[in-house]
Design a protein around this ligand. Sequence first.
Ligand code: MG
Length: 221
Amino acid sequence: MKAVAFDLDETLLDRTGSLKEFCRWQASVLLGMGPDESETYVARFLELDAFGSVWKDVVYAKLVCEFSLTRVDSNLLLNNYVEEFCRFCRPRPFAQECVKELSNAGYRLALVSNGPSPFQEKCFKSLKIDGYFDAVIVSGAIGISKPDPRIFLAMCGLLDTPPHECVFIGDNPEQDVEGAAALGMYTVFVPGPISATCSRADVTCDDFGRLPELIATTGVR
Ligand SMILES: [Mg+2]
């Protein structure tokens, strides 16, 4: 294997953990909620967000209604999310170490993320590992999303590596694993809130501390 590509949300980024911290801050500091109401607000946000599949203008419009918010409107909350969420972004345990180790071992690295641009890029940069990456592709910037093969081929082009010499690591069985496997990439499934299992993946790994060794022992097929 010559190159390793990562998904962002729930793969390199502990999205749910980061979102909880951000929502708690938004509820207490911006909305003045007490601890109990804050926790209800956090839980409802996560429910409406549906693992990131619903954009936040819809989520906030509902929250403003359900929590009878009068001092703020959904636009203000959305802008606050777009501006401030990145401050709360934290990596999955050992993700930063894993990236550094793979880079030191000579692998070319890429990020391929579905989501709005430049929001996703900003979240990625806040993890402070972007300097190790040779390519960053966000679906919102190019108008093509995983699992469309064109986004994986664009990645291979930027890495100058054919698909069968690339490893793809992600938490979404359809968008990450099936998309990358369809082109012949070696796939690593990371269990997370979307799914605990993925039968299509070559391997399942929830420990980023083990990933570099796992990839090193994977021969080119
Ligand atoms: Mg993901």
